[in-house]
Design a binder for this molecule. Structure first.
Ligand code: HPA
Ligand code: ZN
Length: 337
């Protein structure tokens, strides 16, 4: 792919809808925060941090990911983390970012919900000054109990207006969606939008996808490309306009490939697939890198790339007035090409 294609992709106004803010902790910031907070992470150089990034599946990735969060302590830490990401997102042509955060990964080590949300919210408020809008999605850790998720949902109540929706992440093995059916039902009553991870090639992936569509009632699925195993479910997802947030670079770290065939098949089948970066500081690719990697591997056309950007805006949780404005920006960009 030529540098012109990178430029074309960068210029596409797009939404990023699958981005774990804790997964944007770049080695430089990790070391700076470790020093600022007097936290010994056992590494003092970027090279040492990078050398510790050894993972081959979701579980081994998470084993590196969670301990690194010990450097996140103060409200300013969360603010700096989010602002660093938002600067990179803006440079990638992201006009709207829906950012996942994992309160339990912080409250479980003594950092208060308030500290986390106040820091992230300050960044959301400052995002427009960088040329990007942002929103927050609170994720529950599926390898913790449903009771803990419910407590976290309750703790979020005072901040309801700062959080657009809820999701579910962490280790899917032995933690099926139905474990959180009540939590998600309650979240829906509270007015939260719903999404859930259905990670790649998990034991029972297709059953989990069926459950999130039929029982939980999500609007979007994060990853979820195993849906191609059941054509009837694909047809249903298309008819219901279910959004999929796919992360090719991350896929190629935690499984044998980027699942490009599946992503392209769903896109061409009319399913609302978008591309995002998941945990870019760990997998080494922000959203443009993800779109480029897929485009190169699967010979995507500019129409394909424009459709991925359009889908991201269509399945985002902005209000409809804002969506029209963003789609008009995309159309204007395409008509200039
Ligand atoms: N899947 C599950 N948990 C996660 C992920 C993911 O892609 N990224 C960060 N936590
Ligand atoms: Zn994810």
């Amino acid at each position: 792919m030529t540098s012109t294609e990178r430029e074309f992709i960068t210029g596409l106004p797009k939404a990023e809808l699958h981005l774990h803010i804790e997964g944007t902790l770049e080695p430089e910031l990790k070391l700076r925060l470790a020093q600022r907070n007097g936290v010994d992470i056992g590494q003092t150089t970027v090279e040492q941090v990078q050398a510790s990034y050894e993972f081959h599946d979701l579980t081994s990735f998470l084993a590196v990911y969670y301990p690194a969060m010990n450097v996140l302590v103060t409200e300013d830490d969360f603010y700096d983390l989010a602002m660093d990401y938002l600067r990179r997102a803006a440079a990638d042509g992201v006009v709207h970012a829906e950012i996942f955060f994992d309160p339990q990964a912080h409250t479980s080590r003594g950092v208060s919900f308030k500290t986390v949300i106040d820091g992230l919210w300050r960044a959301v408020q400052d995002a427009p000054s960088l040329g990007v809008d942002a929103a927050l999605i609170m994720c529950f850790l599926r390898d913790m109990s449903a009771e803990s998720a419910m407590e976290t949902l309750t703790a979020s109540a005072p901040y309801r207006d700062r959080i657009v929706g809820v999701g579910l992440d962490s280790d899917e093995r032995d933690n099926p969606p139905e474990k959180f059916a009540e939590v998600f039902a309650r979240a829906r009553e509270l007015g939260y939008r719903l999404t859930m991870h259905c990670d790649i090639d998990q034991v029972g992936s297709i059953d989990h996808i069926r459950t999130v569509l039929h029982t939980i009632g999500v609007e979007r699925i994060d990853h979820g490309t195993n849906i191609v195993e059941d054509p009837a479910l694909v047809a249903e997802a298309r008819e219901r306009g279910i959004g999929f947030t796919c992360c090719p670079v991350s896929n190629s770290f935690v499984t044998a490939d980027m699942k490009g065939d599946e992503i392209v098949q769903l896109l061409h089948d009319g399913v609302k697939v978008s591309i995002a970066s998941d945990d870019p500081a760990y997998f080494g690719g922000y959203v443009v890198d993800n779109m480029l990697a897929l485009a190169e591997k699967k010979q995507l056309t500019r129409d394909d790339l424009a459709l991925l950007a359009r889908n991201s805006l269509e399945i985002s949780w902005v209000d409809d007035g804002k969506r029209e404005v963003l789609l008009a920006r995309l159309d204007a960009y395409l008509s200039e090409q």
